[in-house]
Design a binder for this molecule. Structure first.
Ligand code: ATP
Ligand code: MG
Length: 362
């Protein structure tokens, strides 16, 4: 699939405009703070339903205005598809696919497949477990239809369980805890099974990429909440999770939060035998992040049998010549959006100059 055209209105600093793209490599160049990342953000928004920079909808509205609207025409197997995202500051958000309002984000996911590469990818390696969980969940949500629903159900039950812990501490009966635990285990086990599978797949790919790029050995270790090395049998996972919940009840009551479960999980990326988060150099971490993204792209491609659109925000300047060549070779044949400060040293199929929120095709 590829993005044929984009229309933006009151989105960040971008002027109201319609932009037509080409099917290959689209280069957006311009000085700092002109709107390059904003443009990629608007495309990614239509793909994921949220900002890749973690911004709230209200922050995406152009200063001094009270709404934004973004629309893209996507070409998929010679058919055009229209995706729209509108937001008004009174809190009203509307997302449409081919003019039909969608009821939940899971209906949007998969409509426009994108993989974004940005300097912030480094945070997936460097930051705490919640960053990696968030990343993992968003990757899986696109390719596993029920995953997001299961995750949302899990989080809802978790919230209720935590409320119940408070009530129990205040003297209420423990009786319904078992009901919550059973529900938590049901959804929790499903989440763990899918995460396990995805991470296995991720490991196969990241191993290959890291070996090719820097001749290093990569492994991924899933730190699941059931303490199983291979969590491949759902019944065993359920049993173990239930046991863990029961075992931890005193701690749960002490801290008034549930101490074990998928909401506390993490995964480690091991390079040459050492945890990359703790021991790798900045350069190694950057390469690991790049391989992680290339793996995400590979998995998404295979799982959907589709060609995702690639968004490369400011990554070219950070890569050495070899890595740059390697990445561009891997992404050949896919629609790619690349932001860069200059037009020089990047070969594209079409070029756009961005200055002060105005995008001009050359
Ligand atoms: P760099 O090369 O530094 O990454 P960029 O071209 O990617 O620059 P953007 O991140 O796209 O720059 O931001 C461009 C400008 O948009 C910034 O100056 C920022 O202040 C401005 N901006 C951000 N949010 C809004 C908003 N809601 N309304 C208007 N302008 C905004
Ligand atoms: Mg930028």
């Amino acid at each position: 699939m590829y993005v044929k055209e984009l229309f933006v209105d009151n989105f960040r600093n971008l002027e109201k405009q319609r932009i037509e793209f080409c099917e290959g490599i689209n280069i957006f160049y311009g000085l700092n703070a002109q709107g390059k990342s904003n443009l990629l953000e608007s495309i990614r928004l239509l793909s994921m339903g949220r900002s890749f920079r973690g911004s709230k909808s209200t922050e995406l509205v152009r200063f001094g205005e009270n709404y934004f609207y973004v629309k893209a025409i996507i070409c998929q197997e010679n058919n055009d598809k229209k995706i729209e995202f509108g937001y008004k500051k009174d809190g009203n958000k509307v997302i449409k696919v081919n003019s039909n309002k969608i009821k939940s984000i899971s209906e949007l996911l998969g409509q426009l497949l994108t993989v974004i590469f940005s300097p912030e990818d480094l945070n997936i390696i460097k930051e705490g477990p919640s960053h990696r969980r968030k990343y993992l969940d968003s990757c899986i949500s696109i390719i596993e239809k029920n995953y997001l629903y299961n995750l949302m159900q899990y989080n809802k039950i978790l919230m209720n369980r935590n409320k119940l812990l408070k009530n129990i501490k205040e003297g209420k009966s423990k009786n319904i805890l078992e009901i919550f635990d059973n529900q938590l285990v049901e959804y929790g086990a499903k989440i763990i099974m899918v995460r396990q599978n995805y991470l296995k797949n991720l490991e196969i790919n990241i191993k290959k990429f890291l070996l090719e790029i820097s001749n290093e050995k990569a492994e991924i270790v899933y730190l699941n909440s059931v303490g199983l090395k291979d969590a491949s049998d759902e019944e065993t996972v359920k049993k173990r999770l239930k046991e863990k919940l029961s075992k931890n009840i005193d701690l749960d009551l002490k801290y008034l939060t549930t101490q074990v479960g998928p909401h506390r999980e993490d995964f480690k990326i091991i390079i040459n035998g050492y945890d990359s988060r703790v021991y790798s150099s900045q350069g190694q971490q950057r390469t690991a992040a790049l391989c992680l993204k290339l793996s995400e792209f590979e998995i998404l491609k295979k799982a959907t049998n589709e060609k995702p659109v690639l968004l490369l925000d400011d990554v070219m300047s950070e890569l050495d010549e070899n890595r740059k060549k390697y990445v561009l070779e891997k992404l050949k044949g896919f629609q790619t959006f690349i932001t860069h400060t200059t037009k020089r040293d990047l070969k594209g199929d079409c070029y756009f100059k961005i200055s002060n929120g105005v995008v001009i095709k050359e």
